[in-house]
Design a protein around this ligand. Sequence first.
Ligand SMILES: Cc1ncc(COP(=O)(O)O)c(C=O)c1O
Length: 422
Amino acid sequence: MNMQASKTARDLDSADPLQDFRKRFRIPHGPDGNESIYFCGNSLGLQSEEVSIAVQGELERWARLGVAGHFDGPLPWMPYHQFLRENLAWLAGARPGEVVAMNSLTVNLHLLMVSFYRPRGSRRKILIEKGAFPSDRHAVASQIAFHGMDPAEELVELEPGADGLIDEQAIESWLDEHGDQVALVLWPGVQYATGQAFDLKRIARAGRKAGSTVGFDLAHAAGNLPLGLHDSGADFAVWCSYKYLNAGPGSVAGAFVHERHADSPDLPRFAGWWGHDPDSRFRMGPEFVPASGADGWQLSNPPILAMAPLRASLEVFREAGMNRLREKSLKLTGYLAGLIRERLEKTIEILTPLDEKRRGCQLSLRFKGGQADGQALFRRLEAHGVVGDWREPDIIRIAPVPLYNSFADAEAFVARVEELSE
Ligand SMILES: Cc1ncc(COP(=O)(O)O)c(C=O)c1O
């Protein structure tokens, strides 16, 4: 099923200033031996040459240097997290001291809730969206229980409207009315099931105006949308790096702590030696003295083999430029949405809002023929080299990503659905 791209798709690809980046990525092959239509960067981004070289390089340094690798060479392991700081801050729209690469997303969420979910008196609730990613829901419910309270009472899940989406206006109105009971607003940058993108500044403003702390889960926003975390005023944010950031399965996550909390020794936190002030860490004293900024939340020495891919991948993002990536993403996802509406109107409904301000790369699709037919079609698409993902009960998520997907991919996807749904 190897199809020729139309002139329109070819013209769009040849006018794309980022077209050469695709050559640096390994595109998995489908069952027919050809490159797949890989639309799963919202789940696991692809491997770039740079990432492969970086990991090989660290294995080689370990073999050659042993423990001396902590100190030798241009990228010694001891201060390794600092080599990611500048690009991470750039990606997050943050000040360098506000970000750190560490742990995984849910671990960081827990660590930051230890500091920023501090229920007191009648201000005890956590506000999240209905249908939040299960791990986020488990994390907030278990934090409420950890404080000796009942999640059934203190966890509020804001319902979407009839279109399955939640307006920022609805969040503001709810907080205007009930905000005095809320201790933490935890919101996604992009909702994982619907693909809806949110105005982070507006949500942070509403939460803080209500007297609550505000945190963001940016799993589906980091590397997908330009971010302005510092200016948003949020207290904290967390994200993973294996999706749009292409740092590999289970790679090291990111965390943001607003600089107004940079030197707050009284904030409760679960501490570990890597969060200790680096100037006195190796005096090996018994007292914990937190490092300034986000670094103070680190626990352990950095896992270099999982940090190296992120370091290398952030360099690729820096080279491509977040604004250029966003510009292409808007065109690419817009092109795909246009083709779906034009050619697959009878088969597929798009759940993601098409307004550019309310979406990133991802489109969430529902098959009009019902759940069973939708799943069967999804399996046929998989067997024919289309890589997306199925989310229960009936959603297919596809995400053309601007670093390695093309307009020809978008067109080929639509052609495959046309053929396989007949
Ligand atoms: C929105 C969201 N939150 C949390 C997670 C959990 O991430 P991790 O397993 O890295 O902790 C994911 C994973 O896909 C996610 O999509």
